[in-house]
Design a protein around this ligand. Structure first.
Ligand code: ADP
Ligand code: 5GP
Length: 198
């Protein structure tokens, strides 16, 4: 099962995903490739695969990405081989990708559940992004400006979750994932005997 989570920078995607992964041992995060530099505390292979622009462009040419996009001036992409190998091992895969990535994933027929995290309001989004203290003034302004545009894409998602209380958001995302796992398409994959009964 694939679970896509998007939302403007600073809304709380990483915070929510970190807790979901702790609670759901059958779920892994799709580790994306990026040309952005690691933030303090981020590790190569865990948060992202940090690569040069040349390496990223070679991967585009080879068709290695399920989707990729230029987000806030850096390149980000999802490795198709990486995702398929985790799925073959029986894991659910959670994607933290932007709106452009979701559009591509949908166009390629990726099935799954599409969740959009929304801030309580724009002032709170700005406070969170400032409070995180990981971006310089230029990146901060760019991310806030992009947020307004990204928020107009709420219509393409299945679920809108307002990240007001972090604990409630984690519960909501967890509930959505449990319901998704009970869809007949998901259940039947684990019950091959039932699909033989017409
Ligand atoms: P994103 O991954 O969407 O860019 P982060 O998870 O890094 O966002 O969160 C941005 C900042 O907001 C972090 O400092 C985080 O601790 C804080 N934060 C996340 N969710 C909440 C919340 N519900 N209430 C208050 N602060 C939050
Ligand atoms: P950050 O630099 O804050 O980690 O991420 C910036 C944005 O890039 C976020 O909106 C995040 O969802 C998006 N992103 C991260 N990885 C990918 C990816 O592989 N593909 C796409 N399209 N977006 C990504």
């Amino acid at each position: 099962m694939r679970i896509f989570i998007s939302g403007p920078s600073g809304v709380g995607k990483s915070s929510v995903i970190k807790e979901i992964l702790k609670r759901k041992p059958d779920t892994v995060l799709s580790v994306s490739y990026t040309t952005r530099a690691p933030r303090p505390g981020e590790h190569d292979g865990t948060d992202y695969f940090f690569v040069s622009r040349d390496t990223f462009e070679e991967m585009i040419e080879k068709g290695s990405f399920l989707e990729w996009a230029n987000v806030h001036g850096h390149l980000y992409g999802t490795s198709l081989a990486w995702v398929e190998s985790r799925e073959a091992d029986g894991f659910n895969v959670l994607f933290d990708i932007d709106v452009q990535g979701v559009i591509q994933a949908k166009a390629q027929g990726s099935k799954g559940c599409f969740i959009f995290l929304v801030p309580p309001d724009m002032e709170e989004l700005s406070r969170r992004l400032n409070g995180r203290g990981t971006e310089d003034t230029r990146q901060l302004a760019l991310r806030l400006e992009n947020a307004r545009h990204e928020l107009t894409y709420w219509t393409i998602y299945d679920y809108l979750v307002v990240n007001d209380s972090l604990e409630k958001t984690i519960e909501d995302v967890s509930t959505i994932m449990e319901a998704q796992g009970l869809l007949k398409e998901e259940v039947i994959r684990k019950l091959p005997w039932l699909s033989t009964i017409a």
